[in-house]
Design a protein around this ligand. Structure first.
Ligand code: PLP
Length: 425
């Protein structure tokens, strides 16, 4: 069972806040490094196993550099994400490029960088050939449709816009082979934030079965399968984290049964997890500034959904603690400053009695847990809200600012005030 922890106490936070005022996300380097080691250890039963961290989850090159040092590659979905990964020292086949509705220019850039291009549709084979030329290695993304259940965040595969059908996968690999492609890979991404181990083993089993069918029907032998992302994390206290050892052992059993008995061993195993790599090792640190008591009791933070969208977007639960206080005697809606009523980090949450800055004093720190993936990354500037910065708690206990907070200059950077002066009405 997961216990919700935070690596700093209230006094340490006060020190940090003197240099870096709230709000900020703070990430725990040690937590990330040790987690990466556990994953590598569990999956070392597969020779050549590789995790390509989904950059979209935490698109910060400092974090990517930590992961690269741990032997991870990156999964990128846009040109900018490819550049971020490159900035962190990843290159060539360290990079998976899994994109949608991709412009020709992005395919050209991905090919030039030597990334593994993962095509989202059978028509993209010719599109890639025309726009960039076919590389030696091509991956195809499989959408199992009604053959696989999806889950709440990602929806049912049948209704998802991604990937090729089973028939198209066979046809696609045949086409690639006819066009002279020599190395082949298969990818899928069917779930998001899924904690069930059997679900993920089932996904592997499905890809292994398809690998056999591809060999039999298209005469193509795959170099690797990519199981995609989607491993969940225990956002709620009491939920259990996915045990990597149990997951890897289950995948190995399916591998032995299907791949070994079809004489397709060795087949590489890749993952492109995001959430489970960094999610539990990030926190959004805010301060309570206002309290209001109307039909419900509200605590207003110095942050908003620009810094963390998940609660507003999916009604997602993020655990909240108040450093230095433990007795949960109150019930609050914990809200941000956006003019949107769904800008609530928590609804009717039991929490300790919170002191606000408006009441005098500095105001309590309010720490929102599990913001290390799909946290700041999803933020926007709606309502003129500026997104907060990012700090890293280094392994030696020091603090590094790895992204400064946005300023109004950033917000106005795409506008031209000179043009406005000449713009007469
Ligand atoms: C979002 C995404 C991932 C990462 O998903 P997580 O749920 O963060 O593990 C991986 N691959 C693709 C194609 C994605 O869209």
């Amino acid at each position: 069972m997961s216990e919700k922890t935070f690596p700093l106490d209230r006094a340490e936070l006060e020190e940090i806040a003197k240099r870096y005022p709230t709000p900020f996300h703070i990430y725990d380097e040690r937590g990330i490094v040790e987690n990466a080691r556990r994953i590598k250890a569990a999956f070392s039963i597969f020779p050549g196993y590789r995790e390509h961290f989904a950059v979209k989850a935490l698109p910060n090159p400092y974090i990517l550099k930590i992961l690269a040092a741990g032997g991870f590659g990156a999964d990128c979905s846009s040109y900018a994400e490819l550049l971020l990964a490159e900035m962190a020292g990843m290159k060539g086949e360290d990079l998976m490029f899994t994109s949608n509705e991709t412009p020709a220019g992005e395919y050209r850039a991905a090919k030039k960088m030597g990334a593994v291009i993962n095509l989202d549709d059978i028509s993209h084979i010719e599109f890639l050939e025309k726009s960039a030329g076919l590389p030696e290695l091509v991956s195809l993304r499989y959408n199992p449709g009604p053959l696989k259940e999806g889950n709440a965040i990602i929806g049912r595969p049948e209704e998802a816009k991604y990937g090729l059908t089973r028939e198209q996968i066979i046809e696609g690999f045949g086409l690639l082979k006819a066009k002279g492609v020599r190395r082949f890979a298969l990818h899928t991404m069917v779930a998001s934030n899924e904690l069930s181990i059997p679900y993920h083993i089932e996904t592997a089993r499905m890809l292994f079965g398809l690998a056999v069918e591809i060999r039999n029907k298209a005469g193509v032998r795959l170099e690797f399968v990519n199981l995609g992302g989607g491993v969940g994390i225990p956002y709620r206290p009491g939920e259990a984290a996915v045990d990597y050892g149990v997951l890897a052992a289950g995948i190995q059993r399916a591998y032995d049964e299907i791949i070994k008995s079809a004489a397709l061993d060795p087949l590489g195993i890749r993952t492109e997890w995001g959430r489970v790599i960094t999610g539990p090792y990030g926190w959004l640190v805010t301060r309570a500034i206002h309290k209001k008591e109307i039909y419900r009791n509200y605590i207003g933070l110095d942050s908003c959904m620009a810094d963390l969208m998940r609660p507003a977007l999916y009604g997602a639960y993020h655990h909240i603690t108040v450093p230095g206080k433990e007795n949960e005697t109150e019930t609050y809606d914990v809200v941000g400053s956006l003019c949107e009523n769904n800008d609530k980090f928590a609804v009717r949450r039991r929490l300790p009695k919170i002191d606000t800055a408006a009441a005098g004093g500095p105001g309590d720190f309010v720490v929102i847990h599990d913001t290390g993936a799909h946290g700041r990354a999803m933020g926007f500037n709606y309502n003129g809200k500026l997104r907060c910065g990012e700090l890293l708690l280094r392994q030696d206990g020091s603090i590094a600012q790895i992204r400064r907070p946005e300023t109004t200059e950033d917000y106005f950077a795409t506008l031209d005030p000179a043009g406005l002066k000449d713009f007469t009405i």
